[in-house]
Design a protein around this ligand. Structure first.
Ligand code: NAD
Length: 260
């Protein structure tokens, strides 16, 4: 479905971004990876994935908190694959603390990486998408783009901001073949969430499995984690022709979290 097209997935060396990159590669898209990690492992990760799905892959190490590096990554994607047809704004970080204890530099980093980076990638991707009259922008927001949770002020603010930015992008592209939507997952068991599981286990003196159940039990009625593969399938749908008129949506996949 996506052969001949290229996708850039920020933060795709791990977790949800990697799951979405795999799903788009399975559909034939060439992939530009981004994110942090061991250089050798990342090199193997993207070359193996390219071989598995018979697509071309590349990697750029831009730090999503740095606009000049984002600009370099977007130029790199254009040089490699002639542009970005599918842009997935996925890179994100978390910090958990009460507002009065929240380090100001953590606030700034979360807003920069989880929200502002999407502005920069989008403004740089849109001209070529509009010219081709086809494009897909998928913003990895969160159920925290729809509802709040205590101790996650910066994250909730950034994700609500990202849902708002998604709506404006969708309106500004409504008369074109470019669509923009947000995906809003509940708990997904990735390194970002495992840290919160570990913190809960340490705080309450419980084991890993019990801590996972406690986290899910508080918020996610299904009692089960969402998976990167399920999120990848939703991203593929948004890229399909059936998604042509899905615009400005904040689509939660959250085990019932936001239904409460
Ligand atoms: P993860 O920690 O597994 O992956 C995060 C990715 O972002 C990694 O590849 C990491 O290297 C990259 N990254 C972090 N800081 C970066 C920076 N400054 N520049 C470039 N890349 C950077 O986390 P995840 O759970 O897969 O999260 C992916 C996205 O999904 C995030 O935006 C997160 O907020 C969102 N999300 C996650 C969950 C969940 O339960 N895991 C739920 C809702 C939304």
């Amino acid at each position: 479905m996506l052969s001949g097209k290229s996708a850039l997935v920020t933060g795709s060396t791990s977790g949800i971004g990697l799951g979405i990159a795999r799903s788009l590669a399975r559909e034939g898209a060439n992939i530009v990876f981004n994110g942090f990690g061991d250089a050798g492992q990342i090199d193997k990760l993207h070359t193996d994935l390219g071989r598995e799905f018979g697509v071309q892959t590349a990697y750029h190490n831009a730090d999503m908190s740095k606009p000049s590096e984002i600009e370099a990554m977007m130029r790199f994607a254009t040089d490699k694959f002639g542009g970005v047809d599918v842009l997935v704004n996925n890179a994100g970080i978390q910090h958990v603390a009460n507002i009065e204890d929240f380090p100001a530099e953590k606030w700034d980093a979360i807003i920069a990486i989880n929200l502002t980076s999407a502005f920069h990638t989008t403004r740089l991707a849109l001209p070529a998408m509009k010219q081709k009259n086809w494009g897909r922008i998928i913003n990895l927001a969160s159920v925290h783009g729809l509802v709040g949770s205590a101790q996650k002020s910066a994250y909730v603010a950034a994700k609500h901001g990202l849902v708002g930015f998604t709506k404006v992008t969708a309106l500004e592209t409504a008369g074109t073949g470019v669509t923009c939507n947000a995906i809003c997952p509940g708990w997904v068991l990735t390194p970002l969430v495992q840290k919160q599981v570990d913190d809960r286990a340490a705080r309450d003196g419980i084991g890993n499995e019990e801590a996972k159940k406690a986290l899910l039990g508080e918020k996610q009625p299904s009692g089960e984690f969402v998976t990167p593969e399920e999120l990848g399938a939703l991203a593929v749908f948004l890229c399909s022709a059936a998604g042509n008129q899905v615009r400005g949506v904040a689509w939660n996949m959250d085990g019932g979290w936001a239904a409460q």
